[in-house]
Each structure stands twice: as structure tokens, then as C-alpha cells.
Design a protein. Structure first.
Length: 293
């Protein structure tokens, strides 16, 4: 097969002060080979001060690096990387988190899944979600999701790989392959989001535009769970500390969540969100029980 016949996959990532993880991710991407596609990498560095960009330039000089100001977070960084990739053009877009270490066969898994979806379910378009595993527990950490409630768009169950393609309703954005046709319809990650929910929103919007979402049959990499967003509910913190964290990008910010719940749940979705906040406030204000002596 001649090189010019290979499809182009634009790989987009966002990073911030995780040089070791970012380099590991890019090394795994490089080691996986590119016999099935031409991979072009777009890395948005949101103002890292740990030397990430310099290290990437030295080790992976073909990487297209976009500099940020430290205020873009994941959603903003991915928007900028996607925008840069769109200028050059591509056949597929691959979302990739910089803390994912890819398997050597990840590209075959994704492209074979796409080909199988085309053959079995028509032209789609088809979005392939690559599940990733915790290297220690061997539990699936990030993958696609099925919606478990007709009225609550955030009630989701994670779909682990099963050896065959499985439909899902939305996804984590850690490793996702999109054909260019669906990206052109859906557009960028919604600017209402900074750190959270942008990937789940995007998955739902892909469905609305007629795409079918599939979880690939095999893990495509490893990634430890990131639980920083749970800090706002840490009972060891004071109420004021938790309240401050609650409305940060890593907490449970009201504006983005209201946008998400209204878009996919309507007035009832918004009411359910308000109920969740009310429950949290009431529980947080209750006096703590003394421990038994």
C-alpha cells in the first residue's frame, strides 16, 4: 500500500504540567506504528511550567504544539487542538488524553472496529470509543456509557469491553475515534464547558446528528482513574472549603451542569440538578455525628 493512500488521523491532546505522562503517552503512540494511517499530532499545552513543550519538541519534533495561557483546561485545550487540526484537514480525528498509555495494537482495534461497524450497520457515521484499563486493578476506568434513565441525562453506566462491538450513548473522551464527517456536523466542544462534561455532551450531540457510538471490543490502553473532581465532597474539609471547590472546573460547577442537564433533560433535568444541589447543601450543613468512644 502506498503512503498517499493511507487515511490521515489527526490526534488531538491537551496537557498541563504532566511532562512525564505526556511523554509516555506520545511514546506509546509512536511505538504503536502507523502502517494503517498517517498520524498527525496536535498538542495543546495550556501554559505548562514543567518543560513539557520543550521536551516534546526534542523527542517528538513532528508534533504540532499550540501554546495556551493556563486558563483553557481540558475542553478549551481540546477545542484549540481540534481547530488547528481542521485547518490542515484529516479523515479521522482521534481524541487522546495525555495520561493514557496506548497498547501496541490500539490503532488496529479502533480501525478494525470502524470497518466492522461500516460492514454490519451501514455508513453511520460511526464513532469508536476506545476503553482503557487501570493498570493496577485491571478494571475499566474510562469507556463509553449507556444512559440508564430517560429523564436524567447524567445517570449513566460504564460499558467495559466484551470482545465485540457494543453500542453506547455517550463517552469519556480519553480515546475516541471520529470520522471527519461527524465532526463537521457537531462542530467544536461546547464553550459552556471548561474541564468536565464536554465529552459526554459531545457524545450525545453525535447521536443527535445521526451517528452510532460503539465501544471497541478490547482495551486500547491503560489509564489510572482521576478522582480530583471528588474533592468538593470530601467530608474532612470544612463546609466553606467544599463550597469553594464546588464551583471550580474540577468541582460541580453550576453553570456548565445546568447547561448540560437542560440541553439533554429539559426543565425536568434542570429540576433534578437543583434537587442534587439542595440535597448536598442540606447534608453538608447537618452537624457531624460524634464518633463512638
Amino acid at each position: 500500500m502506498k503512503c498517499e493512500t493511507l487515511p490521515t488521523i489527526a490526534v488531538v491532546l491537551a496537557c498541563y504540567n504532566r511532562k512525564t505522562l505526556t511523554l509516555r503517552c506520545l511514546e506509546s503512540l509512536k511505538s504503536a506504528g502507523s502502517h494503517r494511517a498517517r498520524l498527525v499530532v496536535y498538542l495543546f499545552d495550556d501554559g505548562s511550567i514543567d518543560g513539557t513543550s520543550d521536551a516534546v519538541r526534542e523527542k517528538f519534533p513532528s508534533t504540532n504544539i499550540i501554546a495556551g495561557d493556563g486558563e483553557q483546561f481540558w475542553c478549551g485545550g481540546m477545542r484549540e487542538a481540534m481547530s488547528a487540526a481542521a485547518v490542515a484537514g484529516y479523515d479521522f480525528l482521534l481524541w487522546l488524553n495525555d495520561d493514557v498509555e496506548l497498547t501496541s495494537g490500539f490503532l488496529d482495534t479502533l480501525l478494525n472496529s470502524y470497518a466492522e461497524a461500516l460492514q454490519s450497520h451501514g455508513p453511520g457515521p460511526h464513532v469508536i470509543v476506545g476503553p482503557v484499563v487501570d493498570p493496577i486493578s485491571q478494571e475499566t476506568t474510562y469507556s463509553g456509557f449507556r444512559r440508564t434513565s430517560r429523564i436524567h441525562p447524567a445517570k449513566l453506566e460504564r460499558v467495559p469491553p466484551s470482545g465485540g462491538l457494543q453500542k453506547c450513548d455517550t463517552m469519556n473522551g480519553n480515546c475516541v475515534l471520529f470520522p471527519a464527517s461527524i465532526v463537521s456536523k457537531v462542530g467544536e466542544i461546547d464553550r459552556a464547558y471548561s474541564q468536565q462534561i464536554g465529552d459526554a455532551d459531545y457524545g450525545y450531540r453525535c447521536l443527535e446528528e445521526g451517528a452510532l457510538l460503539w465501544v471497541a471490543p478490547l482495551w486500547v490502553g491503560s489509564c489510572e482513574p482521576n478522582n480530583r473532581h471528588l474533592r468538593w465532597s470530601n467530608p474532612s474539609l470544612t463546609f466553606s472549603e467544599r463550597l469553594r471547590i464546588l464551583n471550580t472546573p474540577h468541582g460541580l460547577p453550576f453553570g456548565p451542569w445546568l447547561h448540560f442537564m437542560w440541553r439533554f433533560g429539559g426543565p425536568l433535568g434542570a429540576a433534578l440538578l437543583l434537587l442534587s444541589y439542595a440535597k448536598w447543601f442540606s447534608l453538608s450543613l447537618l452537624p457531624k455525628k460524634r464518633e463512638a468512644v
